[in-house]
Design a binder for this molecule. Structure first.
Ligand code: GDP
Length: 455
């Protein structure tokens, strides 16, 4: 038994609801509930059974409830767990929780149930983090990615490879113990094969982060272009088209407006450069620096040009003014209804990737939508591949990748065992931090502190 105390919390959202669920976990959870539960004796009941009765103490009836029993280790936390479904009145819920605190339970900290599950080996750290992501998922793709991770995702594969790496690391450490003697316990060729194998597993994970992050947090998409190009018309067309405005968030800066829009199960956060619309020339008014700052927050830029006023050269100049961007720029030509097809052909000739559309007539939007899905790497999502959505995992994976590449270089150039051993230790550390084989209190506090209370 790792924990000697019993924790209690409301597992459903605070506030009025049809029912509220209070959860207890720990060695005393069944006797604690039993002492105030009438008329049955819960200590004699089997795991995974539910019981109707009253919560009653010192002559006061708190509520009529349904109690679910989960006896260790067959529970979420692997401890004895009792869940009490009571009426969804905040007063009742608080009174019952208070009653258990008086009887000896402790109020649970955020994520403490999940932390106990992790500590008891119900799942690894990456899976525990996925629990929070499943709860927070706000689009189909985010939910699918989180659920995949919850079910093991890349954890199992990495854990197996890490075990093999530990084997090699210990052989090399052993060589070091022999100091002067020229011995090699660790077969360098086998080690190189293993490192390559690990890199094959890790590289796609590192590469998947862009898509994974986009799916989890939404793809920040900035629409830029000269005034009257049709940016707000496009924004409205896209949002109305889907009729799925998730939220209207007035931007943190006065001159930005952000709308969330779900396309193909992926959330896009469309940012309109609204307040700048009145100025003469958006790009010029913002200045290169300002534009870059704006665009820096984005993962995709939609550059919109007006077919009636621009030329291929002016579009090129406008895109160049955005600076050297490491993110995709989707170039679109609006108001195609106003110009001849020869004229459009001339534009396409110069800029083959240009998407011609009419925001006003909602004509050609599908091409833009396809381009947006392409830039987030939708193929990986639909192929059901593992996606890294968590920044912490990404950073450790990237670090592992760089370290392993350094090991490979070292092996090829005949680097000494002690330097290779050092790199292996770093790689093992990073891999171990992802799954929680290596963890510390601060890290756990940080991760589980982001959970809701009661989870
Ligand atoms: P913004 O300043 O870039 O946000 O541009 P607006 O969305 O306000 O549009 C400027 C003007 O262009 C408005 O009068 C729109 O109705 C018009 N407009 C936008 N898209 C199209 C289009 O596809 N075809 C035509 N003919 N007019 C358009």
């Amino acid at each position: 038994m790792l924990f000697h105390d019993t924790i209690v919390a409301l597992a459903t959202p605070a506030g009025v609801g049809a029912i509220g669920v209070i959860r207890l976990s720990g060695p005393d959870s069944i006797p604690l509930v039993n002492a105030v539960f009438k008329p049955k004796d819960l200590t004699k009941k089997a795991s995974h059974t539910i019981h109707y009765g009253r919560i009653e103490d010192a002559g006061r009836v708190y509520d009529e409830v349904v109690v679910s029993l989960y006896i260790a280790p067959k529970s979420y936390t692997k401890e004895d767990v009792v869940e009490i479904s009571c009426h969804g009145s905040p007063f009742i819920q608080e009174s019952i929780i208070q009653l258990f605190v008086e009887k000896g339970a402790r109020l649970a900290r955020a994520g403490e149930f999940t932390q106990r599950a992790f500590m008891h080996g119900a799942f690894d750290l990456a899976q525990a983090e996925a629990v929070a992501d499943v709860i927070a998922a706000d689009s189909a793709a985010a939910q699918a990615a989180a659920l995949h991770q919850l079910r093991g995702g890349f954890s199992n594969e990495l854990a197996a490879l890490r075990e093999q790496l530990i084997h090699f690391a210990s052989l090399i450490e052993l060589e070091l113990d022999f100091g002067e003697e020229d011995v090699e316990f660790a077969d360098r060729k086998d080690l190189e094969d293993l490192v390559n194998q690990l890199l094959v597993a890790i590289r796609p994970l590192v590469d998947s982060f862009r898509a994974g992050n986009a799916i989890k947090n939404g793809v920040a998409t900035v629409i830029v272009g000269k005034p009257n190009a049709g940016k707000s018309t496009l924004l409205n067309a896209l949002l109305n088209e889907e009729r799925a405005i998730v939220s209207d968030i007035a931007g943190t800066t006065r001159d930005s407006l952000e709308d969330s829009w779900v396309l193909g199960g992926i959330k896009f956060r469309l940012i309109d450069t609204a307040g700048l619309r009145e100025t003469e020339d958006v790009i010029e008014a913002m200045g290169v620096e300002r534009t870059q700052a704006w665009v820096k927050k984005a993962q995709v830029v939609i550059y919109m040009a007006d077919a009636t006023t621009e030329t291929p050269a002016s579009i090129q100049a406008g895109v160049d003014a955005l600076g050297d961007l490491a993110i995709p720029v989707i170039q679109i030509l609006n108001k195609k209804d106003q110009v001849s097809s020869e004229s459009l052909d001339a534009f396409k000739q110069e800029i083959p990737s240009l998407i011609c559309l009419s925001a006003k007539n909602k004509d050609g939007l599908a091409d833009l939508e396809k381009a947006l899905l392409d830039v987030v790497g939708l193929d990986q999502v639909s192929a059901g591949g593992t996606l890294v959505t968590n920044l912490r995992h990404y950073q450790h994976l990237l670090q592992t990748q760089e370290t392993l590449e350094s090991v490979l270089r070292g092996l090829r150039t005949g680097l000494t065992g002690d330097l290779i051993a050092q790199d292996l230790r770093y790689a093992l550390h990073d891999l171990g931090e992802i799954t929680g084989q290596i963890s510390n209190d601060d890290l756990l506090k940080n991760i589980f502190g982001k959970f809701c209370i009661g989870k």
